[in-house]
Design a protein around this ligand. Structure first.
Ligand code: PEP
Length: 250
């Protein structure tokens, strides 16, 4: 029987300064982790140091984005191949903050996706609806359309090792979490979508993470849901104890 591995990933976003980031990475202890994999995604400038701090811990390294360009005269950009050369395993793509503030359209995300995969990175592909869309009742179709637009016409090798993160925008950084029922309903729809498009083994094998104000007090009830395979954690990943507690629940 196929079953997705559980993952807890921390997205540090644009937070911390060098020594705080280094201390945070250095204080993560894996002994109690029950999640199959734990990932941290620091800001770009801290990636090398954090990778040194995480050496031999078994914690994986992720990046929060990558460039749509593979290299050259693109001031300020960081390519997927640069990330790969720093031992980065995962790359978050399509986070709602990138879509909302930096113009990451589905077209751009398709290019970033291809760049990440060609460089050998595993993609954590984010999707999620606004409060307005949820209130309209169109949230499931909206989220599946977001996935479809990035995944369509990608060959099967490109889609290997995919991780999906469902993050309702109204629950990100707001303290408001989707109820386990709301989250599970969407995760089941995403699993069904993957099954219809790519077959049951692929659907069962693909981790689907929930993101949106996950904290130690709500992680257990979310992770108890059949189709929730872990979490993408923002705010609570900046506190080592909270993050370790979340990774010890799944
Ligand atoms: C996120 O932005 O990926 C996220 C889930 O943030 P928070 O946990 O702070 O809501």
């Amino acid at each position: 029987m196929f079953m997705a591995r559980s993952i807890v990933a921390g997205n540090w976003k644009q937070n911390l300064e060098f020594y705080d980031a280094s201390d945070l990475a250095g204080s993560l202890r894996v002994e109690s982790f029950t999640s199959d994999e734990v990932v941290v995604c620091p800001p770009f400038p801290f990636i090398y140091d954090v990778s040194e701090r995480l050496k031999d811990t078994g914690i994986s390294l992720g990046a929060q984005d990558c460039s749509q360009y593979n290299g050259g005269a693109y001031t300020g950009e960081v390519s997927a191949t640069m990330l790969k050369s720093l031992n980065v395993k995962y790359c978050i793509l399509g986070h709602s903050e990138r879509r909302q503030y930096f113009g990451d359209t589905s077209e751009i995300l398709r290019v970033k996706f291809a760049n990440a995969r060609n460089a050998g990175l595993e993609v954590i592909l984010c999707c999620g609806e606004t409060l307005e869309v949820r209130k309209s009742g169109d949230h499931t179709a909206f989220v599946l359309r977001q996935l479809e637009e990035v995944m369509k016409d990608q060959d099967s090798q490109m889609l290997e090792d995919l991780v999906i993160a469902y993050e309702p925008i109204w629950a990100i950084g707001t303290g408001e979490t989707a109820s386990p029922e709301q989250a599970e309903e969407m995760h089941a729809a995403i699993r069904d979508f993957l099954k219809t498009k790519f077959g049951d083994p692929y659907a069962q094998d693909t981790p689907i993470l929930y993101g949106g104000s996950v904290k130690p007090s709500n992680a257990a009830e979310l992770f108890a849901c059949k189709n929730i395979d872990g979490a993408l954690v923002g705010g609570a990943s900046l506190n080592a104890l909270d993050f370790m507690q979340i990774a010890s629940v799944s």
